[in-house]
Design a binder for this molecule. Structure first.
Ligand code: F6R
Length: 610
């Protein structure tokens, strides 16, 4: 989704904003722009398309001149991607420039009102109304005008504001959208996330809902909704800048695939002490767990897929019914929940609008909420009753890889912990599972050796011209298929469908014809013979089958056209290793098809609108 960067200090603002905008590219965008105050006037340069075009228009950041500015990457919601719809938007008197993330839901009514008062609009966006409203509300004090603005606009937003009448200042507000203040020495920043400013500072303040920040080079003032000055604590983000750079990899996605051994180690190692699991002190009393009639796991996209893996694991070992739901469905289903259900909310970014809404709804209905989140201090992390950080580090590629596998690892930790308290699984089995979990990073490292990756690359190249691919599996392999199909379609634009293998014969098999590619996941020994029949059903219709199998099931190779074996592991944790194969497969198919792997068309990293 859109990205914001803003700067006030002593340096030329444009190059700082250009590099900040580049760090926000991963969020997904279709145009970009910046506004800078110079000699009491606001200069704006913006462009549809990639930041490269903005870079050309600004002469590599040499213009516009000035030391206070705001920049934006836009992901179109209202109005097509175009120069005129790009942000910043400027008020009719030229005194205000704004950048906005989110949606102003009542923009149409506000726009009509302003048009009746003689205001004209240049763009089709909901955002331009903010600039014109500020112009209308300004009576000499920018902070007061912003407070009046907040009373009028409805929806979700983070907004950066320049006012030509206060040329050394920059203002920011937010509601249901992320925005942080970066504190530098003799300079300060606003940013949609700290990646945009982390090369300049590691000290950040999270702006609260409805608060107003007024930044100058040497100070930041925070106001509450009644314009009382308030104190805010800062926190340090220890993300190393190199972790937000490609470090020699052709794409962030490949880098992040290779970071998985470390990421999963960081998720699990601090929580396993002498074979026992401690979830950062989160206290689950046996009496509480006994009172539960079920668990709801809620997320979107890959986080939802991780949830389905978690459902299988928790149901099997904790004997608790688990319902895994898409957040966008959960929030409008009047979910039957309360204190007798635990709600596990999964989100890499911690800012996904539907998932945040699901968390709030579950809490409102009295359910205890546990968030599995990567981004520290994100909205979901702050609002959940308990939080289990995945510690995956920054994930820049739009398609999640380490974000997903660390979510699965965190769910395994949770499942083992709950089973131990509930006494639903023998101690010996829990120790085996804990050991298997600790061995995952080592096994992924084996998969990332050149020879293994090379064999996947060869198969990916061979099948890269297919237009339709099926992924089939049973049980936890079906859950892993869902993620494999999503990876392939989102980055390579190849149509891919995941099917519970037993469902093929109930309709989809009619699509299998000579050469149709099916990736069959065969890691569940108990279901081997069932998968064998499903694979034969595909082969006998002249479909091509590529099996992803565990060593124990490698005899499936005689029924398949090709096979990739995952390292030996307990069947219960195989989805993590299968995921690595399917991520690499999708990556190399997309690379062969020359796709924009890190920023696939139409997609955004952090989906902060419904
Ligand atoms: C797919 C992908 C998305 C996200 C989804 C949820 O590769 O990245 O499907 O998983 O948008 O995002 P988070 O986890 O940030 O809530």
């Amino acid at each position: 989704m859109c990205g914001i960067i803003g700067y006030t200090g002593k340096r030329q603002a444009s190059p700082i904003m250009l590099s900040g905008l580049k760090r926000l590219e991963y969020r997904g965008y279709d145009s970009s722009g910046m506004a800078v105050i110079h000699d009491g006037k606001i200069d704006v340069i913006k462009s549809e398309g990639k930041i490269k075009k903005l870079e050309e228009k600004t002469d590599g950041g040499k213009k516009p001149i000035g030391t206070v500015g705001i920049g934006h990457t836009r992901w179109a919601t209202h109005g097509v991607p175009s120069d005129v719809n790009s942000h910043p938007h400027v008020s009719r008197d030229g005194d205000f420039a704004i950048v906005h993330n989110g949606i102003i839901e009542n923009f149409a009514a506000l726009k009509s009102e302003l048009m009746r008062l003689g205001y004209t609009f240049k763009s089709d966006t909901d955002s331009e109304v903010i600039a014109q409203l500020l112009c209308h509300l300004f009576k000499g004090d920018a902070v007061k005008a912003i407070r009046e603005l907040l009373k009028k606009i409805k929806g979700s937003y983070s907004i950066g504001i320049l006012c030509a009448k206060t040329p050394d200042r920059l203002y920011a507000v937010r509601k249901d959208n992320p925005l942080v203040i970066g504190l530098g020495k003799g300079e300060n920043f606003i940013a949609s996330d700290f990646a945009a400013a982390i090369e300049h500072t590691h000290d950040f303040v999270l702006l609260g809902e409805g608060e107003i920040a007024e930044l100058s080079a040497d100070s930041v003032r925070y106001y509450d909704a009644d314009l009382n000055l308030i104190e805010k604590d800062s926190y340090t983000v220890d993300w190393d800048i190199s972790r937000a750079e490609k470090s020699g990899y052709p794409h962030f996605m490949l880098k992040e695939i290779y970071e998985q051994p470390k990421a999963i180690t960081d998720t699990i190692r601090p929580r396993i002490q002498n074979g026992n699991i401690d979830l950062d002190g989160i206290d689950f009393k046996k009496s509480y767990l006994d009172s539960l009639i079920g668990v709801d796991i809620v997320g979107c996209g890959s986080a939802y897929h991780a949830g389905i893996v978690g459902k299988h694991f928790i149901e099997k070992h904790c004997r608790l019914p688990v319902n895994c739901e898409l957040a966008s469905e959960y929030i409008y289903s009047d979910p039957i929940t309360g204190s007798n259900r635990l709600t596990v909310i999964i989100s890499q970014s911690g800012e996904t609008a539907d998932t945040l809404a699901a968390l709030r709804l579950a809490k409102k209905k009295g359910s205890r909420t546990l968030a599995i989140v990567n981004v520290v201090q994100s909205a979901i992390a702050r609002e959940a009753d308990d939080v289990l950080y995945t510690h995956a580090g920054p994930e820049i590629a739009v398609a999640t890889t380490k974000g997903y596998t660390t979510q699965v690892a965190a769910l395994y930790l949770l499942g083992i912990k709950l089973a131990g308290i509930l006494g639903t699984e023998e101690g010996k089995r829990l120790s085996e599972l804990t050991t298997e979990l600790s061995l995952l990073p080592e096994k992924i490292s084996e998969q990332l050796k050149d020879e293994y990756v090379g064999s996947i690359k060869t198969l990916a190249k061979k099948y890269s011209n297919h237009h339709c691919v099926f992924f089939i599996g049973r049980g936890t392999d079906y859950a892993a298929s869902l993620e494999g199909a999503l990876k392939l379609k989102e980055i390579s634009y190849v149509h891919a469908e995941a099917y519970a293998a037993g469902e093929l014969k109930h309709g989809t098999i009619s699509l299998i014809e000579t050469g149709t590619l099916t990736l069959a996941l065969v890691t569940q020994s108990a279901l081997f013979h069932k998968m064998e029949s499903n694979i034969q059903a595909v082969s006998s219709r002249h479909g091509t089958v590529l099996a992803v199998a565990s060593k124990a099931n490698s005899k499936i190779s005689s029924d398949a056209d090709g096979m990739i074996c995952i390292p030996e592991c307990d069947d219960d944790v195989s989805p993590v290793l299968t995921a690595v194969v399917l991520q690499l497969f999708a990556y190399y198919v997309a690379a062969k098809r020359d796709c924009d792997i890190d920023q696939p068309r139409n997609l955004a990293k952090s989906v902060t609108v419904e």
